[in-house]
Design a protein around this ligand. Sequence first.
Ligand SMILES: Cc1cc2nc3c(=O)[nH]c(=O)nc-3n(C[C@H](O)[C@H](O)[C@H](O)COP(=O)(O)OP(=O)(O)OC[C@H]3O[C@@H](n4cnc5c(N)ncnc54)[C@H](O)[C@@H]3O)c2cc1C
Length: 339
Amino acid sequence: MGEPEGATPPRSLAPSANTAIPAAMIAIIGAGLAGLSAARALAAHGVPVRLFDKGRAPGGRLATRRAEQDGVRLQFDHGAQYLRAEGADFATALAAAGAQPWPDAARRVGVPGMSALPRALAEGLDIVASRHVGRVVGEPGAWRVQHWDAREAKPGAPLPATPPVEDGPFSAVLVTVPAPQVLDLLPGYAAALGGVRYAPCWTVMASFETRLPLPDTLRPDGHAIGWAARDSSKPGRDGGTECWVVQAGPGWTRAHLEDRAETIVAALLGELAALAGAPLPSPRYAAAHRWRYSLLEASLGQPCLWDATQRIGLAGDWCLAGRAEAAWDSGAALAAAVA
Ligand SMILES: Cc1cc2nc3c(=O)[nH]c(=O)nc-3n(C[C@H](O)[C@H](O)[C@H](O)COP(=O)(O)OP(=O)(O)OC[C@H]3O[C@@H](n4cnc5c(N)ncnc54)[C@H](O)[C@@H]3O)c2cc1C
């Protein structure tokens, strides 16, 4: 396997990087696929952009969790499982980022982990990582972005009492975070975004010392589990680690949304054992992650929102559909509207 992803800090500026901002520079809040797509398209038009993300690395829900247990390195794509490209733009981007087919020719994954894709797509971009943007202040054409250490600030919670770092002025601000989190920054969009709805998703990551008697992928009907996969069967992974990703369906997740992670691990591994038709061996590693915003149940129904007077734009998968390609297309549509 290659170098562990996430070990190398992204091309991030120091937090107090409020220097040398070109007059036309645009701030992009969120460096998931939508933000990266918008940034790349604007940069290709010669427009300077700076991205801000609360994550340690770009990618958002295209994520890879890494762990080490008893000297064994483990990894799990705990967000998006595989990507399909229906359009030429996304297909080209995936190919350029080194995506490979799995589990069939029509679907693609990042190698050696899903997070390798956004890392490649972010190459050369100006990204301020690990910073939670809590406020956008100023006026059209001269917006300033206030951000805090992402370890101190949490979505939906009051902003920390510590003073923020302020970056700007920016000629425009593009917000590419999930719709409910847009409202923390821009509450004026509550009516426009009111119809957007995400399903939550409890996800269990588990590794076993012996191979489970299951196929590499499962999508059972009418089951607590919506999707389960032998993550270690993806290309470029260590096939001997028997790493599994088990995602609960939206109904089950909602019914257990506030359960403790340990309860979720036990329950979903019990459901996986039922699918295997045999008790599972004790996992050498198991953890649960709760995605509050996973796949979309209701979208905005238009590619993006761009207010040319305010010079504020919005993009994300929630504009179009709950798929990575929709996020990419939405970011590109916003860049086209701005440029
Ligand atoms: C469990 C799960 C499984 C999925 N499976 C698939 C699949 O198999 N195939 C598929 O095509 N799609 C799948 N998806 C959906 C896919 O991951 C998304 O559609 C896509 O990644 C969304 O990209 P985005 O840029 O719109 O949003 P995100 O990836 O959510 O990016 C938003 C970014 O904004 C950042 N951010 C948020 N708030 C702030 C703030 N205040 N300050 C700074 N930064 C902020 C976040 O850190 C994040 O990086 C799955 C998603 C989940 C969660």
